[in-house]
Design a protein around this ligand. Structure first.
Ligand code: FES
Length: 153
């Protein structure tokens, strides 16, 4: 049950950026093992999480995602050498921006998995869905401001 105090039936929409190597393979492994995970996530494949752009992340929120996370290869095992480190830095930068604009950096996360880690992929999907359920809907939905309105004096 949601405890965001806004909508008991709230089901978050979560955009997940994965690299086409370990990130996507872990999702594939979860599927092959018939592991259950919430249907709230929508996968978008990138050649590498190094292609993650702060603009893509902000755009996902602007288009109504309640949460976003990025799944890449383990640090040291990126197929593009250090792409996942660049992706991590961009996620950190985007988290700060989300805090600054009042949307909340906790709506964004990055995870590192190897291709065989289907159970871990499913667990992250569960954890993020639960986290975002507690945070409530993206305040940008329905044209709401992420910051509470100031009272006029
Ligand atoms: Fe997977 Fe770079 S190829 S994170």
């Amino acid at each position: 049950m949601a405890d965001n105090g806004q909508n008991e039936a709230f089901e978050p929409e979560i955009t997940v950026f994965t690299c086409i190597y370990c990130g996507y393979m872990s999702a594939d492994t979860a599927g092959a093992l018939r592991l259950q995970y919430p249907p709230n996530i929508k996968l978008i494949r990138l050649p590498c999480t190094g292609k993650t752009d702060v603009h893509y992340i902000l755009k996902a929120f602007e288009e109504g995602a309640d949460g976003v996370y990025v799944v890449g290869c383990p640090i040291g095992n990126c197929h593009h050498v250090r792409g996942n480190e660049r992706g991590k830095a961009r996620v950190e930068r985007a988290k700060k921006l989300l805090d600054e604009i009042g949307l909340g950096g906790e709506r964004l996360e990055m995870f590192f998995v190897s291709g065989g880690m289907g159970a871990t992929f499913a667990r992250y999907a569960e954890e993020m869905t639960e986290r975002i359920r507690k945070l409530g809907p993206n305040p940008l939905k329905n044209g709401r401001s992420p910051r509470p309105e100031r009272e006029e004096k």
